[in-house]
Design a protein around this ligand. Structure first.
Ligand code: NAP
Length: 243
């Protein structure tokens, strides 16, 4: 048995990763912070495909809740093999109009939350000297999109964190990689205006937004033994937008 914790798995990319990993045979911890019905429906889908897991409510921007979640998961299943650090938010604004509460909530979830989950999961992985951490980054970690200074800064931090943790944790048998999607059809993208969507589509060589299942495919591959020698990498999956 292998156990995967996927943060922010009630919707979007996290949900697709949870379902894909369930099909791979992982026992999946479907983490969510508010959307219990959606988390339950993700777990139902995992189960109807023959997999299993649990749903777990925890705000991953809160260290105490992260500690409790990893402790409970470790106690219930005896191990954590894979962490998909996925829960994230976007709060676009030009610098001069930036609301500092938005800055705080983005940094708390997209950066501090990733540190909290990586640390608490790694503490459990150390014991068995094996584990995989996959951080959900974004092309915005490299691309400069006006109005995305906060989000870009958080994803740039995720990329740096990925590389440094790969160095620190490699000797403990833990691989750390990141996936940097471009525009993926989720609620995050659905919230954009039609004009903005068209503007972005025009910049994508493959001329379509990606699907959450396509991100999940890369996550599942990276987690597997086929990529056992890969660590510290940020894999871009963006239809060519960053070229
Ligand atoms: P989404 O559809 O908005 O889903 C976000 C998920 O995160 C939900 O399951 C939400 O669950 C959960 N969440 C939010 N705050 C949380 C918290 N404090 N603790 C635990 N869970 C929390 O987002 P998405 O588009 O799938 O994005 C997922 C990740 O991919 C993010 O890191 C994002 O930056 C990255 N990404 C997305 C795109 C894209 O185009 N969509 C592109 C590049 C990168 P609750 O409702 O229960 O809180």
């Amino acid at each position: 048995m292998k156990v995967a914790v996927v943060t922010g798995a009630s919707r979007g990319i996290g949900r697709a990763c949870a379902i894909r990993l369930g099909k791979e045979g992982y026992t999946v911890v479907v983490n969510y912070s508010r959307s219990e019905a959606e988390a339950q429906s993700a777990l139902d889908e995992i189960r109807s495909a023959g997999g299993d897991g649990i749903i777990y409510k925890a705000d991953v921007s809160d260290l105490a809740q992260v500690k409790q979640m990893m402790r409970d998961v470790d106690k219930q299943f005896g191990q954590i093999d894979l962490l998909v650090n996925n829960a994230g938010i976007v709060r676009d604004s030009f610098l001069l109009a930036l609301n500092m509460n938005d800055l705080d909530s983005c940094l708390d979830l997209n950066v501090k939350g990733y540190f909290y989950c990586a640390q608490q999961a790694a503490l459990k992985m150390f014991r068995r000297k094996q584990g995989v951490i996959i951080n959900m980054s974004s092309v915005s970690g490299e691309l400069a999109l006006a109005g995305q200074s906060v989000y870009s800064a958080t994803k740039g931090a995720v990329n740096s964190l990925t590389r440094v943790l790969a160095k620190e944790l490699g000797a403990k048998g833990i691989r750390v990689n990141a996936v940097a999607p471009g525009f993926i059809e989720t609620e995050m993208i659905n919230a954009l205006s039609d004009d903005k969507k068209k503007e972005y589509l025009d910049t994508i060589p493959l001329h379509r937004f990606g699907r959450a299942e396509e991100v999940a495919e890369v996550v599942a591959a990276l987690a597997g033994d086929g990529f056992a020698y890969m660590t510290g990498q940020v894999i871009t999956l963006d239809g060519g937008i960053a070229l």
